[in-house]
Write a protein that binds this ligand. Structure first.
Ligand SMILES: CC(C)(COP(=O)(O)OP(=O)(O)OC[C@H]1O[C@@H](n2cnc3c(N)ncnc32)[C@H](O)[C@@H]1OP(=O)(O)O)[C@@H](O)C(=O)NCCC(=O)NCCS
Length: 184
């Protein structure tokens, strides 16, 4: 199978544009991911450094080759300012499913930019990429992320009890699903 081809031209609406990460983003990504909410609610490790980001970035081509993951950066279309990463994880081609993940820099939150980026990625994933179901998992108390899910047309499907191990104890996750045709 051919590698996953990144969307070309880049996914964009009136406000945001999704582009690949570049080495020049590594310092910003490392700095912004120091917000405790990022390691708390995503798979980004605590103390994520510029070197960690650069090392991850070096794996991206291989992830695309293996058709496993896609990582893009939401930016503000006019000014070009960085908003935050958005991506697909656990791409499962047998079932044509994937999980959506994202986080957003503190200064860019609360303006609907995350939802705009997630919506564009989902439309591409359920359209040209050829997936048929997307999942989004959030901690039960992560209401901001649940707003993003709903704003993008995801349906709350239930709670996965004690689904995740975290240093403080196990954590339950709300699972949301989006099928082709469900985008808002
Ligand atoms: C979750 C997160 C990405 C949301 O980013 P954001 O830029 O604020 O999201 P948006 O501006 O697109 O907000 C979408 C909706 O949520 C609402 N919202 C944002 N923060 C909220 C909060 N703390 N509580 C309730 N609603 C909130 C917005 O008002 C908006 O509502 P609307 O669509 O009705 O206008 C951001 O808070 C974040 O990075 N958190 C830490 C990492 C994380 O949780 N990642 C997701 C893991 S599943």
């Amino acid at each position: 199978m051919p590698p996953i081809a990144l969307p070309d031209p880049p996914l964009a609406d009136a406000r945001v544009l999704l582009r690949p990460w570049a080495d020049a983003d590594a310092g910003w990504l490392a700095r912004e991911s120091q917000d405790p909410l990022v390691p708390r609610y995503t798979t980004v490790p605590e103390g994520n450094s510029q070197a960690d980001v650069l090392a991850f970035l070096m794996t991206h081509d291989a992830l695309l080759q293996r058709r496993e993951q896609v990582h893009l950066l939401t930016t503000e279309r006019e000014a070009g300012g960085r908003v935050g990463p958005v991506g697909l994880h656990h791409v499962d081609w047998r079932n044509r499913t994937a999980e959506v993940g994202y986080w957003t820099a503190r200064a860019a939150r609360g303006r609907g930019l995350t939802s705009a980026g997630v919506r564009l990625l989902c439309a591409w994933a359920l359209g040209p990429l050829g997936l048929e179901r997307l999942e989004l998992r959030t901690a039960v108390e992560n209401t901001a992320s649940q707003h993003v899910a709903r704003a993008c047309g995801f349906t709350r499907e239930g709670v996965l009890r004690d689904a995740e191990w975290r240093p403080g104890g196990r954590r339950s996750l709300v699972v949301f699903g989006l099928l082709a045709g469900g985008l808002t």
